[in-house]
Design a protein around this ligand. Structure first.
Ligand SMILES: Nc1ncnc2c1ncn2[C@@H]1O[C@H](COP(=O)(O)OP(=O)(O)OP(=O)(O)O)[C@@H](O)[C@H]1O
Length: 366
């Protein structure tokens, strides 16, 4: 197996970058593994801008891996070390070393050791390729639905650039840290909950580099007093960046749920997110279609605003469980904005989330 890995690396050394060096000499290859003839790895570009231009190189890397004897299929994901393109501009007078108290966002510690809290039985990552598809809405409602079924549930909002859980869970106070080391999480609607957003100054832009993001995630998992949990749901940022990479590699998630709208552009990005999780060997527990249909409350007409059935077809194609379709629902949006997730009630949307929660419990995932 080592020989195949070495042979793949040798092939990758042939792939030169326009600004000098090759994929190996520039230390861009991550998580290279070969199992049962399947080669998987991640190419980590220094910036999102550069990653966007590297698709031809990614395809060439896949072909290079396939050319090695013993490799039957290859899966290569592209990610970026620094999410510079998405990060807001630097605030006047600020610097990217500006860290909030408890030095959140410092460089990660402990090499490649696990950052998964020992007291957490199951860790479920909720991801999406595209932003705004309802990943945070699904995370908060699923957490509440699981808590209603008597599970001990934690919710970690790891969406560094758009932490929305404080608003959706209706808790915005800054968590206490009596000893200055361990952070006490908040409790909302029966869920133990923590958001990176609660530790940041809302008026200050986040200008952290990749290692600082990884450090922040590490702290959110290991410096928070999560207590005994049946399941910790991690609401990820959209896309395939450092937070996803670190979580997959160092927190051994039980699996990932992928949220998408039926729209082609959302599905395209969802595929990339799934490819990343596959490459990092995080099992994909299922796909959820959000905003699948709008039922007009006046006339009963069903409008498929973002298309129809795309996510279930994709799930079938990939052999991944399709966990359900959630309609576009005004009450869901209003409840999220009010900090009282719709799953708290007992209407049709709450029932849909209860079913989703039930599936995870029955499947031994939560
Ligand atoms: N099924 C739904 N019906 C109506 N509105 C919804 C639904 N799902 C999500 N929304 C609304 O859409 C907006 C975006 O949702 P949300 O923040 O959950 O998406 P996200 O994928 O987490 O976005 P981001 O990538 O920015 O974190 C929110 O205002 C939310 O209330």
């Amino acid at each position: 197996m080592t020989d195949i890995r070495t042979a793949i690396e040798t092939e990758l050394k042939r792939l030169e970058l326009p600004d000098g060096g090759n994929l190996v000499s520039r230390d861009m290859v991550r998580a290279l593994s070969v199992e049962g003839g399947v080669a998987r790895f991640v190419i980590e570009a220094p910036t999102t801008e550069m990653a966007k231009k590297m698709e031809p190189l990614r395809a060439a890397a896949e072909r290079a891996a396939l050319s090695v004897e013993g490799v039957e299929s290859a899966s290569v994901a592209l990610t970026a070390h620094e999410q510079s393109a998405k990060a807001p501009p630097k605030p006047a007078g600020g610097s990217d070393e500006d860290a909030p108290s408890l030095k959140l966002g410092g460089h990660p510690k402990g090499g490649q050791s696990s950052i998964r809290p020992a007291s957490v039985k199951s860790l479920i990552a909720v991801g999406s390729g595209k932003g705004g598809v309802g990943k945070s809405t699904v995370s908060s409602n699923l957490a509440v639905a699981l808590a209603k079924q008597g599970r001990k549930v934690g919710l970690l909002d790891a969406d560094i650039y758009g932490p929305s859980q404080p608003r959706m869970m209706g808790e915005t106070k800054r968590p206490a840290s009596p000893d200055g080391k361990i952070i006490e999480p908040l409790k909302a609607h029966g869920v133990t909950f923590m958001s990176i957003g609660l530790m940041l100054d809302p008026d200050k832009a986040v200008v952290w580099r990749g290692p600082m993001l990884m450090g922040a995630l590490q702290q959110m998992l290991s410096q928070v007093n999560w207590g005994e949990l049946d399941v910790l749901i991690v609401d990820l940022p959209p896309g395939t960046g450092d937070v996803q990479l670190t979580l997959s590699q160092r927190a051994q998630p039980t699996g990932a749920l992928i949220v998408s709208t039926p729209q082609d552009v959302a599905l395209l990005d969802a595929r990339k997110a799934m490819d990343m999780f596959n490459t990092l060997k995080t099992p994909i527990l299922g796909l959820i279609e959000n905003m699948s249909v709008f039922h007009c409350p006046e006339c009963g007409y069903e409008a498929h605003i973002f298309g129809h059935g795309g996510v279930s077809k994709e799930a079938e194609k990939l052999g991944i469980p399709f966990l359900g379709a959630l309609p576009i629902d005004l009450e869901t949006r209003l409840a999220g904005d009010e900090g009282k997730p719709i799953a708290l009630g007992d209407g049709p949307m709450a029932q849909a989330y209860a079913q989703l929660a039930d599936r995870l419990v029955q499947g031994g995932m939560a």
